[in-house]
Design a protein around this ligand. Structure first.
Ligand SMILES: *Cc1c(COP(=O)(O)O)cnc(C)c1O
Length: 395
């Protein structure tokens, strides 16, 4: 399947693997090995010299991991991919690769908390500065670009308010200035959105979320539009910083990927049901969902996403005590951060994922004490609505 172009649902299941090369095993084997034995000293020398392909040491490459990487590259329409031991290892590898002392990174306002922490570390220790800005018009993007800007780093939809960033607009302006564009595509999944097709240079995922989909792995993926550059990162940043994925975790991701399309369709259908219900609740002020037709940014969502996905945010009247009571009254829906699992999860950004953000910045980003984020799972949709209904009834 390596060279054939297939639709993405088929790629989730087949790309990058041929049973005939692996004892006819239907499932991708787990090569749980740290190193590879050479037949002769000369063969070892050839492999180290790059004159012969084959295993050397699992930090430099592993057959199970390689299947995952080839599959991910195809799914995100890139030329190459790298798998990492966490989403943050993927984020840090790409930012270390793209920057040197004196450079500037431009970001959308509202990025993942630990990415923000990493940007501060880069600034304090390595003189790589950054700005967070609202990048919603060509003028706004132009105004935020500095002479030393080397990279625009975005997330869309933005967590947790589901604000959309127009990827094609960002890449159009960035190309004019020869600035690289990185998109954290975790929230959308590769099934719903493919930033490389819109001109981005790199797309990354916390594979912990929708790619794995079963809440039992921490992992990250980077996909690049250029094979040579991905291989450069593999043999520089990834080899020497060492943030690789374990073969077993790669194997679990390969398994998770096989049902990606089926899961995402159900996550989306269930989320639509939950959105429709929340809009009928008098205690709910606002509901934030990319494919909500009353969302002013719906046209952007429609342009770049195949569907709305499983994440829904909403605000409840009455402040902190009220929302905490609502969460505590839920019976089926679990109180947990993370997202993209079979289980529906609810979290309170102001006191959980965004608790480190200073209050005034938090409020500017729309993260009020009344805001809740749901990662809608794969349960029966009416069971989810019933659970919310009985909890609201107790407020
Ligand atoms: C979870 C997450 C990350 C970090 O990924 P880990 O796998 O937890 O290291 C980065 N970006 C986004 C948008 C996330 O949701």
């Amino acid at each position: 399947m390596n060279d054939e172009k297939v639709q993405k649902e088929t790629a989730y299941i087949h790309t990058g693997y041929q049973s005939a090369n692996h004892q006819d095993s239907l499932a991708v084997p787990l090569y749980q090995t740290s190193t590879f034995a050479f037949e002769t000293a000369e063969q070892g020398a050839r492999r180290f010299a790059g004159e012969e392909t084959g295993g050397v040491y699992s930090r430099l490459g592993n057959p199970t991991v390689r299947v995952l990487e080839e599959r991910m590259a195809a799914i995100e329409y890139g030329e190459g991919a790298l798998a990492f031991g966490s989403g943050m290892a993927a984020v840090s590898a790409i930012l270390v690769h793209l920057t040197k002392s004196g450079d500037h990174i431009l970001c959308t306002r509202g990025i993942y908390g630990c990415t923000f922490g990493l940007l501060n570390l880069l600034k304090e220790k390595y003189n790589v500065s950054h700005d967070l800005a609202i990048l919603n018009t060509e003028e706004a993007i132009e105004a935020a670009i500095k002479p030393n800007t080397v990279c625009i780093y975005i997330e869309t939809p933005i967590n947790p308010t589901m604000e959309m960033v127009d990827i094609a607009l960002i890449t159009k302006v960035a190309k004019k200035h020869k600035i690289r564009v990185v998109v954290d595509n975790t929230f959308s999944s590769p099934y719903l959105q493919n930033p490389l097709t819109l001109g981005a240079d790199f797309v990354l995922h916390s594979a912990t979320k929708y790619i794995n989909g079963h809440g039992d792995v921490i992992a990250g993926i980077v996909v690049g539009s250029k094979k040579e550059e991905i291989e450069e990162i593999r043999f520089s940043v990834q080899k020497d910083f060492g943030g690789i994925i374990s073969p077993f975790d790669a194997w679990l991701l390969i398994r998770g990927l096989k049902t990606m399309h089926v899961r995402m369709d159900r996550h989306t259908k269930n989320a639509e049901k939950v959105v429709a219900y929340l809009k009928t609740v008098s205690l709910v002020d606002n509901v934030y969902y990319p494919f909500d037709e009353s969302n002013p940014q719906f046209p952007i969502a429609k342009k770049q996403m195949k569907g709305g996905g499983g994440l829904v945010s909403f605000t409840v009247k009455g402040g902190l005590k009220k929302v905490q009571k609502l969460m505590n009254e839920l019976k089926l829906i679990k109180i947990a951060v993370s997202l993209g699992d079979a289980e529906t999860l609810i979290q309170h950004p102001a006191t959980m994922t965004h608790s480190v953000v200073p209050e005034n910045e938090r409020l500017e980003m729309g993260i009020t004490d009344g805001l809740l984020r749901l990662s809608v799972g794969l349960e029966n949709d009416m069971d989810l609505v019933e659970d919310l209904k009985q909890a609201f009834a107790k407020l």
